[in-house]
Design a protein around this ligand. Structure first.
Ligand code: NAD
Length: 373
C-alpha cells in the first residue's frame, strides 16, 4: 500500500465485497474475494463536469480498487480547488473546458468521464478521443443517433474505448432477472412495462432547455424504460408508437417533452409499454411477464436499494452502490477486455438513440415507425 488513501480505498472495496456476498456472476472476478490486497491494473479517471452526478460518481469511486479519480475538468476554478483538496488531485491533472485537449500529453490519465449536460457530450467525447484517452460518457450518449455514430467513429479512429454510464447494467437484481430470462425461467417473454419519471423542479435548469438537454423527460429518464425494455426482453424492437401529453406548456416548452408514452414491438411478438415523465412522482417500476412467470422491480432504476420479486419469490441479491460497481466493472472492461453481461459501449447506446429518434418521430407524425437495425 502506497499511502493512507490507498489503504482506505482498499478497506472500502473490501467492505463493498462483504456487502455483495453471493452476488451474481458479474461480480465473480472482483477483488476482495481473496484476502490478498489488489495489485492489478487501476483505471486512472478524470471527471469532466463537477455537478451533482459527477459528485456522486467521485464519492462512489473512493470505494473502488480498480478505478481511481486522478483528474478534474471544470469551468469553475473554485470547484476545482475544493475537489483537489478533497481528492488529493495535483495541479498538473486539472483542466478547464478550453484546455482539456492538453490531456493528450498527460500520461497519468487513462480515461475521461464526461458528466456534463447532454448537448455537450458529442463534442467533448470526440475531443477526449482525439486526445487519445478512453471516454466514459453519461446517458443519454448524445442528442440523436447521428451524433452517437460520430462519437463511435471518433473513438474507433483514435483506438480508444467508449463506454456509456448505464449503471443498471451492473445491478445485481437486474442481472438476476436477465439470468432467469436467459435460463428460460419465465418461458416465452410476452410483455414488459417500464414506468420512469419524477416531478422536475426548477424551470430554469438545463434539463428543461432544449438546446442543452436535446428534449425532455425521454432523454433523461424515459431512456431507462427504453433501455430496460431491451435488456429485460433480450431483443431489439422492430417498431415503435408514441404519444405525448403536455399539461404545462410554459414549463415544458416546444421540444421539451413533459410526458411520453411509448410502445415497442419485438421480433418474437413480445411488446413493451412504457411511460416517461417529468410531471409525476412514484414512477420507477419494471414488470416483465412470460408464459411461465414474471419479474417486478420496484424501484427499478433509482440509486437504490433496488427491490424486486419474481414468481419464485423475493429477490435478495446484494445492494451495492451502483456507481462503485459500475466503475469497478468499467475498469475491467477497458483495461482487461472483460465482456459485460449487458453491453455498455457506444454501439449499445447508439441503439437507444436510434429508438429515441423514432419515438420523437412517432410523436410528431402520430404513426407507427418501423425500426431498421
Ligand atoms: P448538473 O447540472 O448537476 O451538472 C452538470 C455539470 O456540467 C455542472 O458542473 C456544470 O457546471 C457543468 N457544465 C459545463 N458546461 C455547462 C453548460 N454549458 N451548461 C450547464 N452546465 C455546464 O447535471 P447532472 O445531474 O450532474 O447531469 C450531468 C449528466 O449526467 C447528464 O447527461 C445526465 O443525464 C447524467 N446523469 C446520469 C445519471 C445516472 O444515474 N447515470 C444521474 C444523473 C445525471
Amino acid at each position: 500500500m502506497n499511502n493512507r488513501r490507498d489503504f482506505l480505498q482498499k478497506i472500502g472495496a473490501t467492505a463493498l465485497m462483504l456487502q455483495l456476498g453471493n452476488a451474481s456472476a458479474a461480480w465473480s472476478n472482483t477483488p476482495g474475494e481473496s484476502e490478498a490486497p489488489y495489485e492489478g491494473p487501476v483505471l486512472r479517471v478524470a471527471i469532466m463536469g463537477l455537478g451533482s452526478y459527477g459528485t456522486r460518481v467521485a464519492q462512489a469511486m473512493e470505494s473502488c480498487t480498480r478505478a481511481k479519480l486522478v483528474g478534474l475538468i471544470s469551468g469553475t476554478p473554485s470547484k476545482i480547488k475544493d475537489w483537489q483538496e478533497k481528492y488529493n488531485i495535483p495541479d498538473k491533472n486539472c483542466y478547464n473546458y478550453e484546455t482539456f485537449d492538453q490531456v493528450k500529453n498527460n500520461p497519468d490519465i487513462d480515461a475521461i468521464y464526461v458528466i456534463t449536460p447532454n448537448a455537450l457530450h458529442h463534442d467533448q467525447v470526440i475531443r477526449v478521443a482525439k486526445a487519445g484517452k478512453h471516454a466514459i460518457c453519461e446517458k443519454p450518449m448524445s442528442l440523436d443517433a447521428k451524433e452517437a455514430q460520430e462519437m463511435i467513429d471518433a473513438c474507433k479512429t483514435a483506438n480508444v474505448k467508449l463506454l456509456v454510464g448505464y449503471r443498471m447494467h451492473f445491478e445485481p437484481k437486474t442481472l438476476e432477472i436477465i439470468r432467469m430470462r436467459k435460463a428460460g425461467e419465465f418461458g416465452k417473454i410476452k410483455f414488459f412495462q417500464g414506468l420512469c419519471g419524477f416531478t422536475s423542479g426548477d424551470p430554469k435548469q438545463w434539463r428543461l432547455n432544449k438546446q442543452l438537454a436535446g428534449g425532455g423527460s425521454m432523454m433523461d429518464i424515459g431512456i431507462y424504460a427504453l433501455n430496460g425494455a431491451r435488456y429485460m426482453i433480450g431483443e431489439e424492437p422492430i417498431w415503435v408508437t408514441a404519444q405525448e401529453t403536455k399539461t404545462d406548456p410554459v414549463k415544458f416548452k416546444e421540444g421539451v417533452d413533459e410526458t411520453i408514452q411509448f410502445q415497442l414491438g419485438f421480433p418474437s411478438g413480445a411488446v413493451a409499454s412504457c411511460l416517461s415523465t417529468y410531471n409525476m412522482n412514484n414512477l420507477d417500476r419494471f414488470f416483465l411477464t412470460g408464459e411461465k412467470g414474471f419479474a417486478e422491480l420496484l424501484p427499478s432504476t433509482g440509486y437504490g436499494p433496488i427491490k424486486g420479486r419474481t414468481h419464485k419469490g423475493v429477490l435478495n441479491q446484494p445492494e451495492p452502490t451502483h456507481q462503485t460497481v459500475q466503475m469497478e466493472e468499467m475498469a475491467q472492461i477497458i483495461l482487461e477486455g472483460k465482456v459485460p453481461v449487458v453491453p455498455i459501449d457506444g454501439v449499445e447506446a447508439l441503439k437507444d438513440m436510434k429508438i429515441i429518434d423514432a419515438i420523437y418521430l412517432a410523436v410528431k407524425t402520430g404513426k407507427k415507425v418501423v425500426l431498421k437495425g
